[in-house]
Design a binder for this molecule. Structure first.
Ligand code: GLN
Length: 195
């Protein structure tokens, strides 16, 4: 199947579902392992990573998602979703775990509080058709990119905010609320390439 899923434990599930549907994808919400088994790609939305982590373990999804990532399933993680994909999380809440997969170190809440949210235009590697208008809402910064991952975009001050590794894409910001669809298109292209 080429159905894609949105991890629907917590966060801005509906916005991602909407973008994917508008791109013509078959989309389901993933809350249980049975639903994960039906999808060929996954979006992990923004929200609160410590909550997504807790619920993923409670719902028996942590190990199936880790296995799917190791298996090469395409995954797009935004904001809290990037934190869930990071191999190492700095300033995590006590006991917080990630799924991992991206050879990066991310720092939670590195841009400060909700009121310090901002928007920026980013040049993204591989997207030559114009900058990405990105919304940053208590997002993580990518402090370190290991040899297995590639930085895709940085802010003017050099802080890295987008990264990719194989079939994984991680973003510090929210593309789904500024009308930006190219990362979701990239996810769907990765899914199509696997099938
Ligand atoms: N601060 C949140 C976290 O730690 C991420 C914020 C977001 O996803 N917009 O998970």
């Amino acid at each position: 199947s080429t159905t894609v899923g949105v991890l629907a434990l917590q966060g801005d599930v509906r916005e991602h579902e909407r973008v994917l549907q508008d791109l013509g994808a078959d989309v389901i919400r993933v809350r249980r392992p049975e639903e994960l088994a039906q999808v060929a790609g996954l979006v992990i939305p923004g929200g609160e990573s410590s909550v997504i982590d807790k619920l993923s373990r409670l719902f028996g999804l942590q190990h199936p998602i880790r296995d799917a990532i190791l298996d090469g399933m395409p995954v797009l993680g935004t904001c809290a979703g990037l934190i869930m994909l990071a191999d190492t999380v700095v300033d995590a809440i006590d006991g917080q775990q990630s799924f991992g997969g991206l050879d990066v170190v991310v720092r939670r809440n590195a841009f400060g509080r909700q009121v310090e949210s901002f928007e920026a235009d980013l040049i993204v590697s591989g997207m030559d058709d114009g900058p990405v208008h990105a919304a940053f809402i208590r997002g993580p910064v990518i402090d370190y990119v290991g040899p297995n991952a590639d930085a895709l975009a940085s802010l003017d001050d050099g802080r890295i905010v987008a990264v990719a590794q194989g079939n994984l894409i991680g973003l510090s910001f929210h593309p789904e609320i500024t009308g930006e669809t190219r990362f979701h298109e990239r996810l769907l292209a990765l899914v199509a390439a696997e099938h």
